[in-house]
Structures are given as C-alpha cells and as structure tokens.
Design a binder for this molecule. Structure first.
Ligand SMILES: *Cc1c(COP(=O)(O)O)cnc(C)c1O
Length: 243
C-alpha cells in the first residue's frame, strides 16, 4: 500500500467506527483503534504514524522487535513529531520471547496461561517496568488460542489480586471470534466476553479489568455493538499481509 492509501484506509476505518459507536449509543472515544501491522514493513507503519495513528499491534515478537526498535529511534530523532507510538503484542507468546516482548510493548494482549504471566512478572521486574496485560479467552471453535477454561483464568486473576505479580497490570480481556459468515456465532463470542468481564468486575473489584479487545477487519462492527473498547484492525488498513 502507498502512504496515501494507508492514510485513506485509516480515515475510512475511523469514520466507520465513529458511525458504529454513534448508532449503538456509545461515543467514538470509547473504542481505541489498534492498527495491526504484522507482516507489513516499517515504511507502512511510518505512513500510519504520519497519518496520526499511534497504537499498533504485532503478533510475532522478533518481527515486532526489529521494526519497533528502529521506529523508536526515528521518532526520538524528531523525524515524526506527532507523539510516541505504542506497541501491543497480540500473538501467542512462547516463554523465551517474553523478555523482548516486555522490552518493547506497553501491553501484552495475549496472556493465555499462568506460566506466561509469571514470566512477564519476572522480566518486567528485572526491567523495573510495569506492563499492562489482557487475558486472551478462547470463545470461538476454530481458534486454539486463549484460556479455554474459566477456572484457569480465575486462578490467574486470584494470583493477581493477592499481589503475586506486582509489575503486571491486569487490564481486561481479549478474544478472536470464530472465522465464520454466521453473524450469530460471532456475536455470541463477543457477548460472552462482555459478560465474562462484567462477572470479573464483580468478583475482582480491586483489579482494573476494564478493556475488551475484540473486533478485527471482518467483524469489528459486531464487536463494537457488543461493547468492544479496542478493535485490532490489520487488513482494512494495510491491505493483505506482504512480508
Ligand atoms: C492478525 C490479527 C488481527 C488483525 O486481523 P485483520 O483481519 O487483518 O484485521 C487481530 N487480532 C489478532 C490477534 C491477529 O492475529
């Protein structure tokens, strides 16, 4: 995609989000756009930064690390004065990738097991950094990612609530809906995440579990209608993945 196409696509997605939030009685500030730049080169990310987009999502740590360390360098040299870009890791993490993920990201959206959580604590504590995390829930048949069992999620939340992970900020839930044309199934996946978050809010009032990261290029309208606070959109902004 050219710089102009990316700018246009971003504009379209943002105005679409404004329309959808308005139609569902919400306000555009209630839904953040995370631009998913995986498999797209740094130049395309820079085009989005120039167009005002500052939040990005990547799912492979190594790829994200090389692109975002370079991006940070270019931004701090003053080449792009619009603000500091922020990176969220959205892909399943192997334990040996957690260290680099914690170094470059402000949030890890794909915490799917206790082991990852304790590794994040260990690495962020060593860096003297606090990091936000979202817990990824398995809500669709096709995707294998995420906590499948609510009891396992609750065990992790209990550990957070009793202070086991002081450098981890448990901030909400994330999910991927099943890849299907069946809108009812997609909606059910998103509404189940919303209901789970409401329940967690009652059961763990001390945890700031407010975020609902749900909605991708093909299903973000339904996600926003169901209460999404963050959509993760790649293809509708950057086109088909190229790298
Ligand atoms: C790739 C990816 C997205 C973006 O998907 P698009 O369909 O390109 O918008 C969102 N979330 C996760 C977890 C992803 O891996």
């Amino acid at each position: 995609m050219t710089e102009n196409e990316i700018k246009e696509n971003l504009g379209k997605v943002l105005s679409d989000l404004a329309d959808i939030t308005k139609a569902s009685g919400r306000s555009p500030e209630d839904v953040r756009l995370c631009a998913v730049s995986k498999f797209h080169p740094l130049d395309e990310i820079l085009a989005a930064v120039k167009a005002g987009q500052l939040l990005f999502g990547e799912n492979r740590v190594q790829e994200a690390y090389s692109k975002f360390t370079e991006l940070e360098g270019r931004v701090s040299s003053g080449e792009f004065p619009g603000g500091k870009p922020e990176l969220h890791i959205i892909g399943t993490l192997q334990l040996n990738k957690v260290k680099k993920a914690v170094e470059i990201a402000s949030c890890i959206q794909s915490v799917d097991r206790e082991e990852v959580l304790s590794e994040i604590e260990k690495r962020s504590s060593a860096l003297g950094k606090s990091i936000k995390v979202l817990f990824e829930m398995h809500t669709g048949e096709e995707s294998k990612a995420g906590y499948a069992d609510e009891a396992d999620l609750y065990a992790s939340l209990e550990n957070c609530a009793r202070g086991a992970y002081p450098h981890v900020i448990p901030s909400g839930l994330m999910t991927m809906a099943p890849f299907t044309e069946d809108e009812a199934l997609v909606r059910k996946s998103f509404s189940s995440l919303r209901l789970l978050r409401e329940k967690i809010g009652r059961d763990f009032p001390s945890l700031p579990m407010t975020e609902l990261s749900m909605g991708m290029s093909g299903d973000y309208r339904i996600a926003v209608e169901e209460g999404s606070t963050m959509v993760r959109i790649g293809t509708a902004i950057f086109g088909p993945r190229v790298m």
